[in-house]
Design a protein around this ligand. Structure first.
Ligand SMILES: [Zn+2]
Length: 262
């Protein structure tokens, strides 16, 4: 929670810095999770092949913790481009990650482009293709919720959804009877050596957690927290949680900011 309040302060400062404050931004707004879940990719918004093997491999992290990026021209307004950069800035403020506009000689960069269907991202660094796709919604809505942009950026940096972690059954119950036909695949659990917790235990408040009614066919909960205070925390898109910050800094071996590993 502390991290989110810190980020709220950062957001206010950054809005002034970037001139976004003039845009019709609603800080709460639409969480964007519907557009994450319905983007048409694996688990909704993860543009990857089915099996996420090897995500602990350092080769799938961005070299030198630097993400070179290009925002495709004419796909977004100037305000939207600044808002995407604001999401990057929020991550830079709590980690050693840097996002740099890709110079001409850099070929392995993150392409940020538009989508008609939803918000999505490839997962981790790759020499071939790393892409984030966002519906060019107005600021504070859909894919242009600040938390949703950070959610997609964390996928780009190599993170999966929280409820897929190996120990998730200790923290949540998946309610199969409420899940839409054909969507159960989005709730699979990965081996511990496939994802790794990077020094933070299961976190209901993670920005990478599904909302509790994700892929519900009847409006009922599809994920039920085993700890009473967990239910209302799932699906938040306000900002990175403390656990998200810990994992990010541990994954990228950030100096100074790196908390102890388990
Ligand atoms: Zn996602």
């Amino acid at each position: 929670m502390f991290a989110m309040w810190t980020q709220f302060g950062i957001l206010l400062l950054a809005c002034v810095y970037l001139g976004v404050v003039g845009a019709p931004f609603n800080g709460v707004g639409d969480l964007g999770t519907d557009l994450e879940l319905n983007a048409g990719f694996f688990e909704g918004d993860m543009d990857i092949k089915y099996t996420p093997d090897g995500k602990l491999q350092p080769t799938q992290r961005w070299p030198l913790a630097t993400v070179y990026y290009k925002i495709e021209k004419k796909k977004f307004t100037a305000h939207q481009e600044k808002f995407i950069q604001l999401g990057m800035w929020n991550i830079e403020m709590v980690s050693c990650i840097t996002f740099e506009p890709a110079p001409k000689e850099i070929r392995d960069y993150l392409l940020i482009t538009d989508s008609k269907t939803g918000c999505s991202s490839t997962v981790g660094y790759s020499k071939d293709n790393t892409t984030i796709k966002l519906v060019p919604n107005s600021i504070g809505k859909g894919c242009f919720n600040l938390g949703t942009i950070q959610h997609e950026l964390l996928h780009t940096l190599g993170f999966f959804h929280q409820h897929n972690y190996a120990d998730r059954d200790d923290y949540v119950k998946i309610v199969k009877d409420n899940i839409s036909t054909g969507k159960l695949v989005n709730f699979q659990k990965y081996a511990a050596d496939s994802l790794g917790n990077f020094g933070a235990s299961y976190d209901y408040e993670s920005i990478m957690h599904y909302p509790s009614n994700a892929f519900s066919k009847n409006g009922g909960e599809t994920i039920i927290a085993r700890q009473p205070d967990g239910q209302s925390k799932m699906g938040q898109r306000d900002g990175l949680s403390s656990a998200d910050v810990t994992r990010l800094n541990n994954m990228y071996n950030c100096p100074m900011l790196q908390p102890e590993r388990n």
